[in-house]
Design a protein around this ligand. Structure first.
Ligand code: SME
Length: 158
């Protein structure tokens, strides 16, 4: 199953719909949150060819790097700092069409040009964020937001 994973045809919506079903089936039988975050990062990254796809978890009051695909990344981010820390502080998804225009953006990689960060809730608390970077400007829109919010919600992280 895992080796055969590939979604390459269709519109962005169609890819997300198919991906969402596959993610549900891959994560349904696994209770370990790190294992599930790792596979979700991989499946999103492989499907859309993003530059960086991964999770930061809230641990002892800061965001700590979790499972990801892509180049080396900064390991800790404070609340309210960068796009990740801002999405955490606001408790809402942030879409950044041009990272150079986002005050305080943390450039883990100079090749990143646009970004989306989706907070992940347990009850009312943000417990992690999903961060995706693209090498192109304006990659992310409300379609990405809608599906990514559903995908992380489906994960039911503890
Ligand atoms: N750009 C993010 C930092 C994380 S890296 O992109 C992987 C930010 O501004 O929070």
């Amino acid at each position: 199953m895992a080796e055969d994973f590939k979604i390459s045809a269709g519109t962005k919506e169609e890819k997300y719909r198919e991906l969402q079903l596959m993610i549900r089936s891959v994560t349904a039988g696994e209770s370990d949150p790190i294992a599930n975050m790792a596979n979700v990062a991989s499946m999103l990254h492989e499907t859309f060819g993003f530059w960086w796809t991964g999770f930061y978890r809230v641990i002892d009051g800061e965001l700590v790097l979790g499972p990801f695909q892509g180049p080396l990344a900064c390991t800790r981010i404070q609340k309210g700092r960068g796009v990740c820390g801002t999405a955490w502080a606001r408790g809402e998804t942030i879409i950044v069409p041009d990272v150079n225009a986002f005050p305080g953006h943390i450039a883990c990689s100079t090749k990143s040009r646009s970004e989306i960060v989706v907070p992940i809730f347990h009850d009312l608390d943000v417990i992690a964020v999903l961060d995706i970077d693209s090498q192109h400007f304006g990659t992310f829109d409300e379609v990405d937001q809608q599906y990514l919010e559903q995908i992380v919600h489906d994960l039911r992280l503890p």
